[in-house]
Structures are given as structure tokens and as C-alpha cells.
Design a protein around this ligand. Structure first.
Ligand code: OGA
Ligand code: NI
Length: 366
């Protein structure tokens, strides 16, 4: 009660009550757009951002696009490892083409995500839930709705696909086959990416796979409805990803930006490409060699924008396995910068902090 009074004092309105009313509709942001609103509710208003925008036409700033074709050729393979290493150290982000996932699998998963959101509202509502960890499929709007200071213009579902996949019958009919197929391809791609990243760190190619970085997979389907006042809000607030590695499939709309040297840089949609970014746990075990970089998604008058973010992370499993800076990378000149943690403890901490906060990594710094 007291917290609520404070909230009213801070924001000038009863934010908690408005959030609850929005949550209770179980229709997410899409429900507002379907109802024909022309002004976005104030829960979605974000404070102005403190960083400059840099446009990707500036040639010195653009996310590397790495061609993974030719991995079986040892000379090309070495070049690819070097590019992956360089991008992971400087940008924390890169795009990949010729990654081996067939174009139709990418198209089908995007269509599947769209079908999920655009299906009959009453059917979709049955999947709406929050913090019910017994459910392996969760759909809601803003996982951090009640803890973050501004709400994002986005609806999301999430499901666990590895090490054990969500049961077929627990997944929505309109997209379960597409998600299963895409996840199968992603697990293969993940193995390759972790081999390249291991080599880029100067480790045995199998190192990151051997310690389980590619074991867990959580797939998120994001839906960013067209927004009538995009300058007042964001699709996704500034954040860094908590897991080991993220592979993102975005459609043609655009809006993803990476914070690089204190400027927001666009990650332009490239047909057939996937965006790869280093997560906090990979920064931790690489002892800061690889960077988990903050990023955000702008809201847009055009929409919906669809993206599929897949996190290599075992955070959903209760685990006792301990991760700290990899011993082989440490020396007298490079002492460990982080204390050891389990994936589940770390991920629980990231989730509890929500988006738009200080990086959770600083809390495990030595
Ligand atoms: C995420 C994310 C970006 C996007 O899910 O962590 O950053 O383009 N998504 O949806
Ligand atoms: Ni992210």
C-alpha cells in the first residue's frame, strides 16, 4: 500500500493499477492496437535516452557480416575464426550468412510466430501467464511488467527447447512444428558457433561445447505491433543478454540497435542472415575477452515486427555446475575478474533485475 502511494507520488498516476488492468486483458500490446488506440497509454512512456544516435551509413560503424560458407576449407576456416574473434571482442555482435539453416526454415518460424499472435484471441489468452514455472510455454507482455519503470511496446512468448524440448502438446498448434524444426537447426548451428568461439579464444575447438555452453536453448518469439507514437516508447529497453550466446532472427522492419562507443548503431536487416551476440556468461568465462554488449529495439510506426531470439543457456535447469573464468585463459597478467556462479543463480539474478538496469555482470565482479 505504502509502495503504491510512493509510486503515485513519483509518477503522478497510479501506475501499478494501470499495469494490472493491462495485464488482466491478457491481450498484450496487440490488444491495444486492435482496439484502435491512437495515443499510447502512459505506462509505455519512456524517459528520453542519454546516448547519441549514429546511423549505420557511417562506414566506420557497422556490425560485421561474416560468411560462414567454406568452413571445411582450412584456410577459410582460419579466416572465419579470426573474424568471429575480432567481432566478439570489439562489437559483441555480428551477423552470419551461409550459416546452414535453410531459408524456408527461417521463413516458416517467422510465419509461425506471427500466426501465434494473430490467431483467435480467446485461444491465445489461454497461454497467457506470468511467473508460472510449471509451464514450459509462457506468453505475456513484458516479463518485467511490475518491476521495470517503463513498459515496452512488445509481446513475447518463450519456450524451452533443449536439453529437453517442451512437449508438443504443450505448444500452440499454430507454430509447434516450426519451432521444433528451427530449434533442431539451431542446436547444430550452436555447436559450430561454439567451436569457432573456442578457437578464437585459443582453446581446443570442443572446449565451450564440452563445458556445456550449447546444451540449453530457450526460444523467444517477439511481436512488436505497429506503434502510433514510436518516439515516446521503445520495443525493448536497453539490456544485455544473460546467457552464453544469443542467435536472433529479425524480419525486414529493423529497429535493433547496439550500443557501441556510447552511440546507438543500427543492426540493419540482412535477408537470410542471423544476428549473433555474446551473452554475459560468455563474457564472464572469457574473463572479459568477449563482450556482452547492450542493445535495444526501437518502436516503429510500421509493423508488426517479428523477431525470434534464441538463448543458449541452461538457466531453467536447477544446476550445480559452476562457471568462472576459464583457467586456460588466466595468467599472472590476466587474473580472474569474476567469481564463480551457477547458470541458474546468474539467470535468476538477471531476471529479477529486469530490463534497463545496470548490467548484472557487475554484481559478480571480483
Ligand atoms: C532479446 C532481444 C532483440 C529483437 O530478446 O534479448 O534483444 O530484435 N531481442 O527482438
Ligand atoms: Ni537481447
Amino acid at each position: 500500500m505504502e509502495a503504491n502511494t510512493n509510486e503515485v507520488a513519483a509518477t503522478g498516476y497510479d501506475r501499478k493499477t494501470e499495469l494490472k488492468a493491462f495485464d488482466d486483458t491478457k491481450e498484450g500490446v496487440k490488444g491495444l492496437v486492435d482496439a484502435g488506440i491512437i495515443e499510447i497509454p502512459r505506462i509505455f512512456h519512456h524517459p528520453p535516452d542519454q546516448y547519441n544516435i549514429s546511423y549505420s551509413e557511417e562506414a566506420q560503424f557497422s556490425i560485421p557480416v561474416i560468411d560462414l560458407g567454406g568452413l571445411s576449407d582450412p584456410t577459410k576456416q582460419k579466416e572465419i575464426v579470426a573474424k568471429v574473434g575480432e567481432a566478439s571482442e570489439t562489437w559483441g555482435f555480428f551477423q552470419i550468412i551461409n550459416h546452414g539453416i535453410p531459408v524456408d526454415v527461417l521463413e516458416e518460424i517467422k510465419n509461425g510466430v506471427r500466426r501465434f499472435y494473430e490467431q483467435d484471441t480467446e485461444v491465445k489468452k489461454q497461454f497467457y501467464c506470468r511467473d508460472d514455472f510449471s509451464r514450459r510455454w509462457q506468453y505475456n507482455s513484458n516479463f518485467d511488467l511490475y518491476s521495470s519503470s517503463s513498459t515496452n511496446w512488445r509481446d513475447t512468448f518463450q519456450c524451452y527447447m533443449a536439453p529437453t524440448a517442451t512437449n508438443r502438446e504443450d505448444m500452440p498448434e499454430v507454430c509447434r512444428d516450426e519451432i521444433a524444426e528451427y530449434s533442431k537447426e539451431l542446436m547444430k548451428l550452436g555447436k559450430i558457433l561454439f567451436e569457432l568461439l573456442s578457437e578464437a579464444l585459443g582453446l581446443e575447438p570442443s572446449h565451450l561445447n564440452d563445458i556445456g555452453c550449447g546444451e540449453g536453448l530457450m526460444v523467444l518469439g517477439h511481436y512488436y505491433p505497429a506503434c502510433p507514437q514510436p518516439e515516446l516508447t521503445l520495443g525493448t529497453s536497453k539490456h544485455a543478454d544473460g546467457g552464453f550466446l544469443t542467435v536472433l532472427l529479425q524480419d525486414h522492419i529493423g529497429g535493433l540497435q547496439v550500443l557501441h562507443q556510447n552511440k546507438w548503431i543500427d543492426v540493419p536487416p540482412v535477408t537470410g542472415a542471423l544476428v549473433v551476440n555474446i551473452g554475459d556468461l560468455l563474457q564472464l568465462i572469457s574473463n572479459d575477452r568477449f563482450k556482452s554488449v547492450e542493445h535495444r529495439v526501437l518502436a516503429n510506426r510500421r509493423g508488426p515486427r517479428i523477431s525470434v531470439a534464441s538463448f543458449f543457456c541452461t538457466g531453467m535447469l536447477p544446476s550445480t555446475k559452476i562457471y568462472g573464468p576459464i583457467k586456460e585463459l588466466l595468467s599472472e597478467d590476466n587474473p580472474p575478474k569474476y567469481r564463480e556462479t551457477t547458470v541458474s543463480d546468474y539467470v535468476a539474478h538477471v531476471e529479477q533485475k529486469g530490463l534497463n538496469g545496470k548490467s548484472a555482470l557487475s554484481d559478480v565482479k571480483l
